[in-house]
Every structure is written in C-alpha cells, then in structure tokens.
Write a protein of this length. Structure first.
Length: 738
C-alpha cells in the first residue's frame, strides 16, 4: 500500500531523514570524520602496542607447571637453562631474600571476576599478591624434592610469553573498538554513542581475558589485583548501555528515561558494592544484575516492536535471547564447577573465552545486519556453537563426573548435531531471511513486464505491485527524488528503489518499509536483487517496444506489397471483366484489400475512424445482398485501438455479417455496440433461418470468432431469437487501452 509520512514521531522515516540519507554529503562533513577515525584507529593501535610492550617487558619465571598428585607444582617445561634438568620434579617451596612463599602460588590461575565463592576469591587475590611479591624480587630460590634447589632471576617474558590466546583475542578486541568508532562517526547520535561504549567495554574485557589466559605467571598491578569491580563494571556498563540504547532505538518508547536511569543506577550501585567488598556473595549479585539488565533490554525491545513493527527490533530480540540464554548456561556451568571439586580452572576459563567471543561477534554483526555476507553470519553461528559446546562440556564434567575427553567429545557431538539439524531455522529466526525463489520472481516479473508494455505510464504502480509481492512491506512511500540504484536504509528497516523509464517526466523513487510486515530486515542482497528486477523490467519493456517496431515495419512492408502487387492485379482484372457481376465482385474485393492494407500499415486506429470504416464496409456488402442494416454504435470517448484489437474486431464483424448473408439468408441485420469505461458489448441480430445454435458445428468461421474474442479477453455466445433468427453477443470487459 502506498503511504505518506506520518510525522516527526516516526522512528525512522520523516521526509527530512530520508532526504538526508540520500543527499550527497559535503566534503567537509566527510573530511573531519575521516580524520577523527584515523586518530581513533591510531590511538587504539598505539594503546594495544603499548599494552603489548608493557606485558612483554614484565618479569616472569620462564617455566610451566601443573598440579602433582598432592596438589604441589610439578615442573613441566622451562625456558631457563638452570631449570631444564629439573623437568618433572616437584616444587616444595619458593623463597626470596626476605620471605618464603608457598609453592601452590605458581598454580593459581583463578580470576577473581569469575570466582563464585567469596572465600575462594579472597584466596585468589592473596595468591596474586604473593606472585607480585615473588616476581618483584631480584633473586628467587626454588626448592624441589630431594633437597634440590635452584636460584634464578625473573626475566622479561617477551612476545612468546603472551600465549596464543592473547593474540587471538587482541585482534577481535581491536576490530570491535574500531567498529564502534565507525558507527558513532557515521551518525553521531546517542544510540550510536552507547553502542560505541558497549564495544569499548567488551574490547577491554577481551584483552583482560587474553592477558589472564597466559600459562606463564605475570605480575598484576596493585590496583587490578582485585579485578572483580573493574571487570564487573565493564559488563554492567555494557548491559546498562544496551538498555538505554534500546529505549531510544529503533523507536523511542514512552517510559524510556525512567528505565534508562534505573539501568544506570543498578549498574553503578552494583559496581560500587563490589568495589567496597562489604556485600556478601558479590559474584551472585553482579551476575544477577547483569541478567536483570539483559531482561530489561529485551522488554524495551518488545515494547518498541509493539509500538512500531520494526524488523531490527525483532532481530535484536533474537540476538538478545541467544546471548542471555548462553550466558545463563555459562553461569550454571561455573556454579556447578564450584560445587564439584577437582575441576580444572582452565576448563572454566575456556568457557568464559568462548562466551566472550560469541557476544563480541554478535555485537560486531549488529551494524552489518543489512550488509552481512553469509560468512559473517556463519561466524556468529559457529561462535554460538562453540559457546554451547564448552558450556555442555562443563556441565557434563561437573554434574555427571565424566572424564574430560569423553565429556568434550559428547558436548561437541551434541552441539554439532543440533547445529546441523537447526542451522537453517536458526538463521531464518535470527536474520529473518526467506529465500525468494527464481520461479516466483520470474513469474511476477513476466506478468508485470507484459502490463508495462501495454501501459508504460503505469510503470511506478506496477513496480510497486511487483515489489509488494516479493517483499510484502508494511508500507510503500513515493518520494520525488532520483537515485542511481537501490539502497538499504535504517539498518535494514527500509529500502529505496529507483523508478526508471522513459515515461517518467519527474524523478521518482519508492521506499519500502518493514519487509514481511516487520518480521524481516532488508539486506544488500535484496537491493541487488531489486536492481536486477528493475533492470530486467526495463529491458523487457524495451525489448517489447523493439519487437513491436519490428512487427509494425513488417506489417507496413506486407501492406505495401499487397497494395502494389495484388491491388494492381485486381484493378487490371476489374477493367477487363466482361460480366458486370464479376466487375462488382472485384470492386468489393479491391475495397476490402484497401481496408486491410490501411489497417496493417497503421499502428493505432481511432475508434471513430474504425467505426466509420466498419459501417461503410458492412453497408456496401449488405446493400449488394439487398439486406437492410440497422446500425447503433455508442461510445463515451474516442480511444485508440491497437492493431491486434482493430484486426480482431474487423474480422469478427465481417464473419458475423457473412454468416447472416450466406447461411442465415436474412433480410435484416441489426448491429448494436456500446463502449463504456473500456468495456465493449456487441450484439449482431438477424432474422434469418438459423436455429438451435447449441447444435452448430464450430468450423473455421465460428471457431475463428471464438479465438479472436478470447484473444481480446472476452466471451461470445449465440442465442436463438424468440421470433426468428439468431443473436450473437460479444462481451470484452477490458477492451480499450486508455
């Protein structure tokens, strides 16, 4: 349905917003944003390089340890020459010049942020403080079993000491930061600023996880030893920013400010409580606050969609449920791991890494929903698959006490089986994509192309009809502006399509809003498909015009040949005829030939001119047969008849008159024709000897009449008159092209 702009409260599409979206940006508008983007990218890269330099220069013990039978550290490998002979030995204690430190400190890799129990968190913090004290010493003495000892000096860890996980997490962290900056610079509004804040927080979280993932111990700055308030604050800020953004976009909801302020208050109070450390069960409090804020974001999206069926809100709801559900699974796995002794810390850490990557991939996918290729969508799906597999692995180990290898194998098998079975359904639900079949597109395109060829001035209306059948938009706007190609606007909520053709005197574009009635977003694939459809429609119309020109030229050639050759021969025979009847017959034949050639040579015929020719021809034929004619032809206007229409009506009338002359032997023929609103009704009545038309054999004459009337989209029937003779009724509902 065509629609007009509703007003300033419309979340996406007041006319000025569309004009701004289509307008060519001035060089100054683009220039300062490009420079600022370069500054942001350079700052982010330099910050990452600075962090890497700081980490590579930090002191460490170049060795890797694992827990032995009694929980004591066992040396697995060593980069220090002094330690290599002791690989496989059990460490008893570590001493510095002024103190002695328990050996189990080298095995502590628990993160306070993801430690469920408060006492275990205090122990993890104390272990970090002891590690800092150990690595600050100039000389460290390691005491092994068998009264063996080695004195070493901590040395810089270098790039190899950062571990593979750090580099794998640093790349998406940098990319996520730049994506947030680009989104905000493209349109510096509050929702985009909140998105940039979310990406920055999650980028810092990814880097933090990457630093902790190293198997080689490293010192932690004193202010960051207790990292729970910091990292919990990052996650709470992300959740509160999501709530605030979804109260404003895609449509501002009525109670947006109370909800946004409440979300920020919850995030701030929870972070302060975690920093003060006076509230018991801090981890539970923080995770509950995050889940509650996630639920509030989903409520805001649901309210926004209820007020306006924007497909972006639907996609975000699906993403939100996926993210919230997987986070609940990870939390359950972490809690189960806490209550199950003997679970390796690296198993829980792997779940956090995979979950963080999954959430980061969802955030990175949001700005590209209308542009995303299948590879990017598959990446998000695979990230979710990895999260589910890791969470199931934790659950199987903690709840069912399976062996690590058996648990991992079973978790991967279940995740892959579920992914293979539900992959396409999940993609359809998350992205809202639905394939447009080639057969369906071609069928609509062919039909519309035929109608455009018949009525070029209706190109815009017919194109609107075609696009509605393909995308089922909630509304279509006509905008008097020309654009070179189709474009997706408002994060896939709308698509603008140019109307191209020779008949358009003024520039015109169509704007489709809310595909599939607000359940699907427009993508760049849709824009490319639409451009191909518009191009094919234009080519089909041009091809039909070329074919019609060829037909016209061929008809004119045939008409000229008939006039010059057959006409000349008939004229010669008429002058040489000895019998007056033959001469009269030849004269009528020559007149019919002139009428035929004139009709073939002309591409269009005025109805009034055609009526005059028909009446003259029929009058001459009936007069020669001494049959009276009663002629009535009423029409409101004087449209043009195409060659096909003119030819079909001419032959239908000639055949009906011939039947009245030679078969019915009528003495009177009445012809009534009424044309109104494009509909034609024709009645030919004779008083001849014809009876029982249902029993007639439809040969070439009657069959030709039926065929020509059907070609024009009409119907024909013969009725027996109450007194004498036959009536033929022809009805063509949409005969005339206006």
């Amino acid at each position: 349905m065509a629609a007009t702009v509703q007003g300033a409260d419309d979340s996406l599409f007041e006319a000025s917003a569309f004009e701004r979206a289509l307008a060519r940006r001035p060089a100054r508008w683009i220039g300062w944003r490009r420079r600022l983007l370069m500054v942001m990218a350079l700052t982010a890269c330099l910050s990452l390089f600075g962090l890497i330099r700081l980490l590579t220069s930090s002191p460490t013990i170049d060795a890797q340890w694992q827990a032995g039978p009694q929980g004591r550290p066992v040396l697995v490998s060593a980069g220090d020459q002094a330690l290599r002979p002791l690989v496989g030995a059990t460490l008893l204690r570590v001493s510095t010049g002024s103190s002695e430190i328990a050996a189990h400190v080298l095995l502590s890799s628990a993160s306070p942020r993801w430690t469920v129990d408060d006492r275990e968190r205090v122990a993890a913090i104390q272990a970090r403080q002891a590690m800092n004290q150990l690595l600050d010493a100039d000389k460290i003495t390691l005491h092994f079993e068998g009264d063996r000892r080695v004195t070493i000096s901590p040395r810089p860890r270098g790039h190899g000491g950062l571990g593979v996980a750090f580099w794998l997490l640093a790349v998406p962290a940098l990319a996520l930061t730049l994506i947030g900056g680009v989104v905000w610079l493209a349109k510096p509004v509050l929702p985009n600023a909140l998105y940039a804040l979310m990406t920055s927080c999650q980028a810092v979280s990814l880097l933090w996880i990457g630093v902790e993932s190293s198997s080689i111990p490293m010192p932690v700055p004193a202010a960051l030893v207790h990292d729970l308030p910091w990292r919990l604050g990052l996650d709470l800020t992300t959740a509160a920013a999501a709530v605030h953004a979804f109260t404003l976009y895609p449509r501002p909801i009525a109670w947006r400010w109370p909800l946004a302020l409440s979300a920020w208050a919850i995030a701030m109070v929870t972070t302060v409580a975690a920093a003060l450390g006076q509230v018991p069960h801090t981890w539970w409090l923080g995770q509950t606050a995050i889940l509650m804020l996630g639920a509030c974001a989903l409520v805001a999206l649901s309210k926004s969609y209820a007020e306006e069926p924007n497909p972006f809100a639907v996609v975000m709801l699906r993403f939100g449920f996926a993210a919230l559900g997987t986070m609940i699974v990870v939390d359950v796995a972490l809690v189960a791991a806490h209550w199950q002794p003997g679970i390796a810390d690296n198993v829980a850490a792997s779940a956090i890494i995979v979950w963080s990557l999954f959430f980061a991939s969802l955030m990175a996918l949001v700005p590209f929903l209308s542009r995303a290729r299948r590879l990017l969508r598959e990446f998000a799906m695979l990230a979710g698959l990895s999260t589910v597999a890791t969470s199931l692995d934790l659950l199987f180990i903690t709840v069912f006490s399976l062996e690590p290898f058996a648990s991992l194998t079973l978790a991967v098998f279940i995740a892959l089986a579920g992914y293979a079975a539900a992959r396409q359904w999940i993609l359809d639900q998350m992205i809202g994509s639905r394939a447009l079949t080639t057969e369906r597109t071609f069928e609509h395109l062919y039909r519309i192309a035929r109608e455009v060829q018949k009525a070029p001035d209706r190109r815009a209306a017919l194109l609107t009809q075609l696009l509605q059948s393909l995308f089922d938009p909630l509304e279509v706007l006509n905008v008097p502006r020309a654009i070179p190609r189709s474009r997706v606007l408002a994060n896939g909520a709308a698509m603008v399509v140019p109307v191209r053709g020779e008949q358009e005197r003024e520039p015109l574009s169509l704007v489709l809003r809310f595909s599939r009635r607000g359940r699907r977003i427009f993508s760049r694939e849709d824009a490319r498909l639409t451009d191909r459809v518009v191009d094919q429609l234009q080519r089909a119309a041009a091809y039909d015009q070329a074919v019609e020109r060829g037909r016209t030229e061929e008809r004119q050639r045939i008409a000229q040949d008939l006039h010059d050759d057959i006409g000349a021969r008939l004229l010669t025979l008429m002058y040489k005829a000895q019998d007056p009847e033959i001469e009269d017959y030849l004269r009528h034949t020559l007149q019919d030939l002139k009428t035929l050639t004139r009709g073939l040579a002309a591409s269009d015929h005025r109805l009034s001119h055609a009526v005059a020719e028909w009446k003259t021809d029929i009058q001459q034929r009936l007069s020669a047969a001494q049959i009276d004619l009663d002629w009535t032809f009423a029409f409101n206007d004087d449209p043009e008849l195409g060659v096909v229409q003119w030819s079909a009506l001419t032959r239908v009338l000639r055949e009906l008159v011939s039947n009245a002359i030679y078969h019915a032997r009528a003495s009177r023929v009445e012809i009534e024709t009424h044309v109104s609103a494009g509909s034609l009704r024709l009645r030919v009545i004779d008083d001849g000897i014809g009876k029982n038309p249902e029993a007639w054999a439809h040969g070439l004459g009657l069959g030709g009449i039926r065929k020509r009337v059907k070609q024009l989209g009409g119907t024909v029937r013969w009725l027996e008159n109450p007194t004498q003779g036959i009536t033929c009724e022809v009805h063509i509902p949409e005969m005339l092209r206006r």
